[in-house]
Design a protein around this ligand. Structure first.
Ligand code: 5AD
Ligand code: SF4
Length: 440
């Protein structure tokens, strides 16, 4: 029986798809890249913003048309699953056969069988307080980087965020188990691991905290780079900064979601830090490591956000000067505290004006930050032997996770090389290879 999989949303979802593949292969299903070939079509979905939902609805309709003749079953996995349950099955006329939430993937073979046998629509979205899939070895694409979830769920309940409802309670995976997987990854020639969690600095397994975990992972020979995403600004451990500055394997890059630069809005969002605390943390980060690459997430148009609040966000951005930022319009999510307590009262045009303004500002900052690298030499890990734009170039990333493009030579994916930066755009650094780092 052939299964086709499609993934939407964040890196955690990409990783979950790799878990799903492992579960299905173990149960003797085959994977296919073609919807036409497949008897089972699975969409691993995201519901962090309404836009993501709409994309999936559209896709389900187009898949439906392709079903004629082959009678493929359609299953919805991931965050939309938990959120929509009965609505998706009974309240709408979408051609969906079953729904499985983020903690139900080990049961997928049985769920598929049930769907084929009984034909009735059903869902399995029970969230677990324990499931970490620590006994499933994901089926990863060959490459340079491997994702590995070190924790799942979130207990923060930021008022705008649907994740605590769709992914359930926070739980950490045993450090020995993570280290064993990282060793196996090194054996398979992965050069980098990215540790994933909704809020990695809450990682705690019987007293082992995230900083300890990072140190443990960095002891694995063969893994040269370690990244993680995302920490929460409210409880960023200072010892972690120390380890990041000192440990050559831990990449000098932090994704630190600001969300808003007004204390009134931060309070309504339940972020539990102030703009001053955020900026103080940035100062401390830079005191430990002056060139730390800082990226962020920002939401515009949160309920009641006025011009003064918005100016607060601009002033934090100007003070920090992030290397890059993902900026989103507020999108009301079902069940969240914001949906229950605050009407979505900022007009769409105002949200658009604000997002355009912040994107322009960020573009200036990104360009400024990147220009500072011209003339410098960066250690680049080659990720792709082609770039999207030019067949004559290679693409890799520097320690700070910036994309670096350079003309093709006798190099290959997985190699570390020194590249001298000659020119930049807001999104990439461009340069020429200087030499290969033979000992890496
Ligand atoms: N509306 C807009 N953006 C959101 N995010 C999370 N929930 C919402 C929402 N309801 C953004 C946050 C988060 C990122 C992953 O998505 O900025 O950090
Ligand atoms: Fe959502 Fe806040 Fe948890 Fe991030 S920390 S997943 S924004 S609730």
């Amino acid at each position: 029986m052939k299964v086709y999989l499609e993934t939407y949303g964040c890196q955690m979802n990409e990783y979950d798809t790799e878990i799903v593949k492992a579960v299905l292969l173990e149960a003797d299903y085959e994977l296919t890249d073609s919807t036409e070939d497949a008897e089972i079509l699975l969409l691993n979905t995201c519901s962090v913003r309404e836009h993501a939902n709409r994309k999936v609805f559209g896709r389900v309709h187009s898949l439906h048309h392709q079903r004629n003749g082959i009678r493929a079953r359609i299953g919805i996995l991931g965050c939309m699953a938990t959120n929509f349950r009965q609505d998706l099955l009974h309240g709408s006329n979408l051609p969906i056969d079953f729904i499985a939430g983020p903690d139900s993937y080990k049961r997928l073979p049985q769920l598929i069988e049930k769907s084929l046998r009984e034909g009735e629509k059903f869902y399995d979205v029970t969230l677990s307080e324990f499931e970490t899939y620590s006994d499933v070895y994901p089926v990863r694409e060959k490459g340079v980087n491997a994702w590995i979830a070190v924790m799942r769920g979130c207990d923060n309940f930021c008022t705008f965020c649907v994740v605590p409802y769709t992914r359930g309670r926070e739980r950490s995976r045993a450090p020995e188990n993570i280290a064993a997987e990282v060793k196996r990854l090194a054996g398979e020639r992965f050069r980098q691991v990215t540790l994933l969690g909704q809020n990695v600095n809450s990682y705690n397994y019987e007293g082992v905290d995230f900083t300890h975990l990072l140190e443990k992972v960095s002891e694995v020979d063969g893994i040269e780079r370690i990244r993680f995403t995302s920490p929460h600004p409210k409880d960023f451990p200072r010892r972690l900064l120390h380890v990041m500055a000192e440990n050559p394997k831990v990449c000098k890059q932090i994704h630190l979601p600001l969300q808003a630069g007004s204390n009134r809005i931060l309070d309504l969002m339940n972020r539990t830090y102030t703009r001053e605390e955020f900026m103080h943390l940035v100062d401390e980060i830079r005191a430990h490591y002056a060139d730390m690459v800082l990226t962020t997430d920002i939401i515009v148009g949160f309920p009641t956000e006025n011009d003064v609040d918005f100016a607060g966000t601009i002033s934090v951005m100007e003070s920090v000067q992030f290397d890059s930022a993902f900026i989103f319009k507020y999108s009301e999510r079902p069940k969240t505290i914001a949906q229950r307590k605050f009407p979505d009262d900022i007009p769409e045009e105002v949200k658009t004006e604000r997002i355009v303004r912040l994107n322009e500002l960020q573009r200036e900052h990104s360009l400024l930050k990147n220009r500072a690298h011209i003339g410098r030499i960066h250690e680049v890990l080659i990720e792709d032997e082609t770039t999207k734009k030019s067949a004559d170039d290679f693409q890799g990333r520097n320690d700070g996770n910036k994309i670096v493009i350079f003309p093709k030579g006798e190099y290959r994916t997985g190699q570390f090389i020194n590249v001298k930066i000659e020119s930049v755009t807001p999104h990439v650094l461009k340069g020429n290879a200087v030499n290969v780092l033979e000992n890496r």
